[in-house]
Design a protein around this ligand. Sequence first.
Ligand SMILES: NC(=O)c1ccc[n+]([C@@H]2O[C@H](COP(=O)([O-])OP(=O)(O)OC[C@H]3O[C@@H](n4cnc5c(N)ncnc54)[C@H](OP(=O)(O)O)[C@@H]3O)[C@@H](O)[C@H]2O)c1
Length: 357
Amino acid sequence: MTLASVANTIQSMVLSRTNTGSKPLVLLASGAQLFTDISYGLLSKIDRSVPSASSRIDRILMDHRDAHRDDTADVQKVAIVTGANSGIGFVTANALARAGYQTILACRNPELAQEALDTLKRQTGLENFEVMQLDLASLESVNGFVKQFKAKYETLDILVNNAGVMMCPYSQTKDGTEMQFGINHIGHFALTTQLLDSLKAAKGGARIVNVASLASYMTTGIDYSAIEDKENYDRNNNYAMAKLANVTFSNALARKLQGTNVTVNSLHPGSIKTNLTRHVGTGAIMDTIFNMVLIDAQAGALTSIYLALSPDVEGASGKYYSRCEATNPHPKALDEAEQDRLWKYSENLVAKKHASM
Ligand SMILES: NC(=O)c1ccc[n+]([C@@H]2O[C@H](COP(=O)([O-])OP(=O)(O)OC[C@H]3O[C@@H](n4cnc5c(N)ncnc54)[C@H](OP(=O)(O)O)[C@@H]3O)[C@@H](O)[C@H]2O)c1
């Protein structure tokens, strides 16, 4: 049994015993899950038998190359990574370009995106990167991105929905949705549903990868009346609900995509030191501790890269992964009534905004 399986098994056991819908138990379970995650991060740094993240990424790229040896060379394969200018998205974009995909960095800030593009080209010596502006906090921007993409490309092979914000103070997207739910879920819902035709047209199948989080367990479920409740805004719970929405949306979409050549999976990337914690004041001492125990972005991108490229998960869909292994999601994400409710809620919200544009 690997260190990763041990950590996943402990987390599944905690989940199965505590997810009764009671808030104190959920909070207790969340603490235990986070502790396991951080312990794994620390142990994987100490345990010399755990291969480095970069060697595991190289292995995935080799497996991908072997599996695609017979592909026609004149078919250009295309990948999109949202939030590719930093953290996990940046490392994921690096790997997808090295696997031969024309890799689109879908980023909100043009300067940061250009900087990332220059660094990626320098790091890899490759030219197959480009920037397309995408602000997931604006449905108009999502529409503009999709238009620009479709004007240039007929097919899409890989979509990595990676961008996210965590625990920001209360604010709203340009369309009036609470920011965390709006960026993490609604923006990606609108983007993905508008790109489904391009994904279905990909020769040899396409993959959607949704970067969720362990935080998806840290709530009793999606409370639709709480999402927009500015007075009682709970930034922890809203992040957890947005991440649970990522997993629930994945599973709903997997059902809708049955019988097509498009797969969709979600994942927890690990507990990683990135810019994501910008809204969480930690202080110098906590920062030093975090640097010791949290994994780096290279290790954090491993499961995204695995799901996007590895032949091991060919055909797998509607599953939730952690540390490159399928594991149990929050039980509500498996509930088809919950999936349908989230789909209707998201669809109505997007349709309402489109009608007013
Ligand atoms: N770090 C962790 O421990 C951890 C754990 C579990 C899950 N995750 C998930 O992993 C994903 C990547 O996060 P990360 O840790 O790599 O953090 P990060 O370095 O902060 O990356 C987040 C990316 O999302 C982008 N983004 C934010 N708002 C956006 C918007 N409105 N439109 C387009 N892009 C936007 C950011 O762009 P700017 O640079 O312009 O802000 C950035 O490129 C997130 O979905 C996060 O929830 C992370």
